[in-house]
Design a protein around this ligand. Structure first.
Ligand code: CMC
Length: 431
């Protein structure tokens, strides 16, 4: 980051001396006011629950312009990556900063695809869960358990360990997600096939059985790959910040990523794809398109506690660029599967249209986010609703590990330790 000529001045109405605060510039995006010495200089903290105005780190990985609706991975627009690259190219880019050349691409694909198998003991660990456990509960456990299985890559201060852990996580997440699924439906686990693509292998582990050959459908393979690309990273969102904070204590990478999985589960974050699909199904049961007006009125009523899931974003105050790409993929998948007249897709498009014309949503700049259409695509492919967030976790793993490794490699890195405004009882004695 570069020191700006501009300086911020903080003054107080009680006569305390003014404080000069340095301002830093990034490559693009808002400048930041450096308040690191504020407490030492004034004895006061800043107050920003929810991080509405706080940059928690510097990062060179992902950039979002929420007003324009722009998303860049290492400077490349998401639309171009979705069009011209595959998920493993995107992983390489996020981890290493540049797109791979032909040799690097071949080597990286081989490296990831050669490490897809998980330790055989993992399946015995998995068996301890109830069959009806939510896949995110299972995945939080399985990812955390990786630190018990891969002892030789758990020193987060060792750059080589971090690289090995990154590859292990990216390679094995599809296997773990598919195992969680197979366990839930009572089918045998499918071992990975390394000659398939990353997405193709995942589809086979999810939907294949040992009883017959599984032929990967290229349209569904491309759609799954695109879902992975679109979810690969999203700068300092809740789960990524969780991974950074958790990792900042020096814990091992698998434990930090497990914390990210747990955070992602929430319906305000990754769980929104599941919640959005459940919402559409509920509206369908209520009477479908004819009932949309009534549903939107409930959303607008603050006392109802109902939100339009898959709408709104802390950063995007414009159309989420991922939602546009997801809608395109949705069309492709539904056409391929002969589901062009899918009632939920029609319902989602009608709901989007109503919301985009309604003053409640317009005035609050609430637009569809990535989760609005991703559930419809996944459902059409055959992914059970309960597993949607698990697939998000699979895809986001590269972002989490890239961000964690960036933090650990930053000489300015410190354990994350926010402070508070204490409003509890003052010191008192037990009677
Ligand atoms: N439906 C109805 N009203 C909404 C919605 C929504 N989905 N989202 C925001 N609002 C209203 C909210 O009530 C508030 O209104 P008012 O100013 O009158 O009080 C205003 O818009 C601002 O909302 P906020 O909750 O202060 O905004 P936030 O930045 O804290 O929340 C959000 C962002 C994503 C949590 C929120 O928009 C939301 O709950 N959306 C639905 C869940 C969802 O789709 N999440 C996926 C996010 S994208 C994928 C990911 O990152 O994981």
């Amino acid at each position: 980051m570069k020191l700006s000529d501009n300086k911020a001045k903080l003054s107080f109405s009680n006569g305390s001396p003014e404080v000069d605060l340095p301002v830093y510039q990034g490559t693009i995006g808002p400048d930041v006011i450096d308040i690191r010495k504020l407490y030492a200089q004034t004895g006061q903290f800043t107050y920003d629950p929810g991080f509405m105005s706080t940059a928690s780190c510097q990062s060179a990985i992902t950039y979002i312009d929420g007003d324009k609706g722009e998303l860049l991975y290492r400077g490349y627009p998401i639309e171009q990556l979705a069009e011209k690259c595959d998920y493993l190219d995107t992983c390489y880019l996020l981890l290493k900063g540049e797109l791979p050349d032909a040799t690097q691409r071949k080597d990286f694909h081989k490296l990831v695809l050669d490490h897809t198998m998980v330790n055989e003991q993992m399946q015995f660990f998995l068996r301890g869960f109830r069959r009806d456990a939510h896949p995110m509960a299972v995945l939080t456990g399985l990812v955390g358990a990786m630190s018990a299985f891969y002892h030789d890559s758990i020193d987060v201060h060792n750059a080589e360990h971090r690289d090995i852990a990154a590859i292990r996580l990216i390679s094995k997440m599809p296997t773990l997600v598919a195992m969680a699924h197979k366990y839930g439906v009572g089918q045998p686990y499918m071992y990975p096939r390394n000659e398939l693509s990353y997405a193709g292998n995942f589809l086979r582990m999810m939907f294949g059985t040992p009883c017959e050959d599984y032929k990967v459908n290229p349209v569904l393979e491309r759609a799954m790959d695109r879902i992975f690309i679109l979810h690969a990273d999203h700068e300092q969102n809740a789960s990524t910040s969780t991974v950074r904070l958790c990792g900042s204590s020096g814990t091992n990478p698998f434990a930090a990523i497990a914390a990210g999985v747990a955070c992602l589960w929430g319906p305000a974050h990754g769980g929104a794809n599941e919640a959005a699909l459940n919402m559409l199904e509920d509206i369908q049961k209520m009477g479908g398109i004819a009932k949309l007006g009534e549903f939107v009125e409930r959303v607008k009523d603050k006392n109802s506690g109902v939100r339009l899931m898959g709408f709104g974003h802390r950063v995007y105050k414009n159309y989420d660029p991922r939602a546009k790409l997801m809608q395109e993929t949705c069309n492709e998948v539904l056409t391929e599967l002969g589901l062009e007249n899918d009632p939920l897709f029609a319902l989602a498009k009608a709901l989007e249209k109503i919301a985009l014309e309604d003053d409640y949503f317009v005035s609050r700049k609430l637009y569809p986010n990535v989760d609005f259409y991703s559930g419809i695509v996944q459902r059409a492919i055959g992914v059970p609703v309960k597993l949607f967030t698990g697939i998000f976790a699979l895809a986001r793993t590269v972002g989490w590990i890239a961000q964690l490794n960036e933090m650990m490699g930053d000489p300015e890195y410190k354990i994350g330790r926010p402070r508070q405004l204490y409003v509890g009882a003052a010191r008192r004695d037990v009677p």
